[in-house]
Design a protein around this ligand. Structure first.
Ligand SMILES: [Zn+2]
Length: 403
């Protein structure tokens, strides 16, 4: 590494001012959390509101009353705390879904300011996310749609949406047209909370996919969650997956969140509520995993540790065939970077910023099997953190299998 960039990659690179021996540990590009709500961090532990039913829709209603009167400074503190925790596990790239259904846009302004303050250490993309809907929200003469546009003018990076939370399919469809129109107008990326429900009638993913095909905007677009696609029948799903391949639209699945939130109205058998991640992987449709929530009204746990998300996701989606293990880390690294359009800066390549993490395992398989800890996170050639490997008082030899 030189001047914060990778200058050469390989063996026997000659003399250097400083050499660090990682003892055969695994080096990966940094984790990418492609879907997380930093502005909701730890809202789940407060005395004002409690989610009794545990459902997504009660959480949305409660948030609506909670957020009244929140200030930008309060939001900035919360977002900074969230980034600190998320980064402490090795994440350096975050797509922050940020609620803009607030006439003061406190969360959006806060997220944009924190994004700019931290940009040397952490890359954050801010999504203008209308949590309470584009057309089902209206306050002080401003609709959710108006507030999305205002957030984009302030500097948000992506257009968000939530068609399944609008009042009717017509409104949901209308919101999708508007999302794509706004993205093209302001030259922004798209990331829609799409079909986050077990309702098999929720098929906004089809509408979104068609619209971006018409507008040639697939690679810039992400459909997050698409839970109902996991409940859809095969005839529909297989036709749609052919169209997703054509559009090149990206997907994000949030395994812990949706395992917890979906299937709530089922007795048994109880659905997992996840989209068809394994089929996407097999068909070359880009899909990444995200944390989504950390102790908020939607989900009472979480830490931003993407190793935990990966582990849960691999179990829930059965990605454990022999061919899966070598590429599973892509779900929390390269695939997220692709949908965030980080192609020029992301990856272990000569000339790119020297950003990487070190996991406490010798191979990708061992790292997954043992849920290996991230020991170091390096940004532009400098440590964001550097931890000592775990020590044992007794003589345990955890590497015995791979020797
Ligand atoms: Zn979300």
């Amino acid at each position: 590494m030189e001047d914060g960039k990778f200058s050469a990659i390989g063996n026997d690179l000659g003399e250097a001012d400083e050499t660090i021996d990682l003892n055969g540990r695994l080096v990966l590009p940094p984790y990418v959390d492609s879907h997380v709500h930093l502005d909701y961090y730890f809202i789940g532990q407060n005395d004002k509101v409690k989610n009794q039913s545990g459902t997504l829709f009660e959480a949305i209603d409660l948030w609506n009353s909670y957020k009244e009167g929140t200030t930008k400074e309060e939001m900035k503190d919360r977002i900074r705390d969230a980034v600190n925790e998320v980064a402490s596990y090795g994440t350096q790239y975050i797509r922050a879904q940020t609620d803009c259904t607030d006439p003061n846009l406190a969360g959006i302004k806060a997220a944009i300011e924190v994004r700019d303050e931290l940009k040397d250490n952490i890359t954050i993309q801010v999504v203008a996310f209308p949590q309470n809907g584009m057309y089902s929200y209206n306050k002080d003469g401003k609709s959710g749609r108006d507030l999305v546009e205002e957030a984009l003018k302030l500097g948000a990076d992506c257009v968000g949406g939530i068609p399944h939370n609008e009042w009717s399919p017509e409104d949901g469809n209308k919101s999708i047209k508007e999302i794509v129109r706004l993205a093209k107008k302001y030259d922004k990326l798209i990331d829609v909370h799409c079909d986050e429900t077990d309702d098999v009638q929720a098929r906004f993913v089809e509408v979104l996919n068609a619209e971006i095909m018409h507008q040639n905007y697939g690679k810039q677009t992400t459909a997050s969650h698409t839970c109902s696609f996991g409940s859809a029948d095969d005839a529909y799903a297989f036709r749609m997956m052919g169209l997703f391949r054509q559009s090149k639209m990206n997907f994000v699945s949030c395994p812990t969140e949706n395992l917890f939130l979906q299937g709530r109205q089922d007795t048994y058998p109880k659905r997992r509520g996840l989209t068809r991640v394994k089929e996407f992987v097999d068909k070359g449709i880009n899909v990444a995993f995200g944390q989504d929530s950390i102790v908020d009204l939607w989900y009472p746990a979480g830490s931003g540790n993407l190793m935990n998300i990966l582990d849960n996701g691999l179990h829930a989606t059965q990605l454990m065939r022999e061919e899966d293990f070598p590429r599973n880390f892509d779900l929390v690294t390269y695939n997220g970077a692709e949908l965030m359009r980080l192609d020029d800066v992301y990856g272990l390549d000569e000339g790119k910023p020297a950003n990487f993490i070190v996991l406490d395992a010798p191979t990708v398989f061992e790292a997954q099997r043992r849920r290996a800890e991230c020991l170091a996170s390096v940004r532009n050639g400098e440590y964001l953190f550097n931890k000592k490997p775990r020590e044992y008082e007794t003589e345990l030899d955890v590497d015995r299998k791979t020797k």
